[in-house]
Design a protein around this ligand. Structure first.
Ligand code: XMP
Length: 317
């Protein structure tokens, strides 16, 4: 019978035998998969695992500092690199969703390649690829998958010539969570909603600027914190906010306003392939709408997305 404990035991032994005294570089995303992969490899080889956590400027509010801190607490050898400006420069003026995804993927590879070169004598690339990624390798998602998609294109960045170690590539998501729990990963990381690799960039419709990111981060944080406070976070599969490229008229005191619109999205799902909009309580929606409009400067209207997938997708871009 499969148990997380026996999986950890066997896998750590295999990793030790395979990697020996070599060095491994791994990109942490803050998500479950890369975090669990890192913890496993760390158990096997300790400080010879070099983790890199990139601030791409489109993470959630306080995500970079918060997650970096928990990685350090877990004893991981992790380097946080703030490359926000490099990403904003690459995104400047882009409005097409796929162009934005490509710009982020390419910038991530540039940053990672640069960072990997700073580690002397590294010979392995660790990745948090899980079994569904292996079967579904056509659908190109997330930083690690973005890397994979470049595999066949030629002109590989140097780090891609490394040998690859993917300790989770036989596991499903729920098994990954069990393994993570066994390894002592905090629930805050294990229980988090999926978050797209291109982050808030694909939730800001139209071009991405630091100012728009700051607005959306505040809205997203109020929404997510509200869901947690009301015990709703674990009842939905994924939630977030979209910053729309429209302004609408509002009234504040006796002033007319002309400000931004945000759309809240929360869905129930099993695997993200199909999804239903979450039937959140009206009271909650009413409170969160007021809170957002009162507290986030520049937003005067909140709408709730009631589309299911299909025909809509979860993200708007
Ligand atoms: P959609 O919008 O296609 O999303 O219904 C399904 C799931 O995939 C996530 N998603 C992405 N994840 N890179 C990622 O790593 C991407 O480019 C991307 N696009 C969508 C989305 O957040 C949802 O969980």
């Amino acid at each position: 019978d499969w148990t997380a404990e026996s999986f950890v035991e066997t896998t750590v032994a295999q990793l030790k035998a395979k990697i020996g005294d070599d060095k491994v570089v791994l990109g942490l995303s803050g998500g479950v998969d890369s975090s669990v992969a890192a913890m496993l490899i760390h158990q096997a080889i300790g400080k010879n695992l070099y983790c890199i956590f990139v601030d791409n400027g489109v993470l959630r509010k306080d995500e970079f500092s918060g997650v970096l801190e928990s990685y350090k607490t877990l004893g991981l050898n992790v380097k946080g690199v703030d490359t926000k400006d490099q990403f904003y420069a690459a995104l400047a003026g882009l409005t097409d969703p796929e162009a934005k995804r490509k710009a982020i993927g390419k910038t991530f590879i540039d940053v990672f390649d640069h960072e990997a070169h700073l580690i002397e004598g590294v010979s392995w690339l660790g990745q948090g690829t899980i079994y569904p990624d292996v079967i579904e390798s056509v659908s190109v998602k997330g930083p690690s998958a973005t890397i994979k998609s470049h595999h066949n294109v030629g002109g590989l960045p140097d780090f891609m010539k490394l040998k690859v170690v993917e300790p989770l590539n036989t596991l499903f998501k729920d098994e990954v969570r069990l393994v993570g729990r066994t390894l002592g990963l905090p629930e805050a990381i294990l229980g988090r909603h999926p978050f797209p690799g291109p982050g808030l960039a694909i939730r800001i419709l139209g071009d991405v600027t630091a100012e728009k990111v700051a607005i959306l981060q505040q809205v997203d944080a109020l929404f997510i914190d509200g869901l947690k406070r009301e015990g709703l976070y674990d009842k939905v599969w994924q939630a977030g906010a979209m910053l729309l490229p429209v302004q609408s008229v509002g009234v504040m005191g006796d002033e007319r306003t002309y400000e931004r619109v945000v759309a809240l999205r929360a869905v129930t799902s099993v695997d993200g392939m199909t999804a239903d909009w979450a039937h959140l309580p009206y009271e909650f929606l009413a409170d969160i709408s007021n809170e957002i409009i009162n507290r986030v400067k520049g937003v005067n209207r909140v709408v709730y997305d009631i589309s299911s997938k299909p025909p809509a997708t979860i993200e708007w871009e």
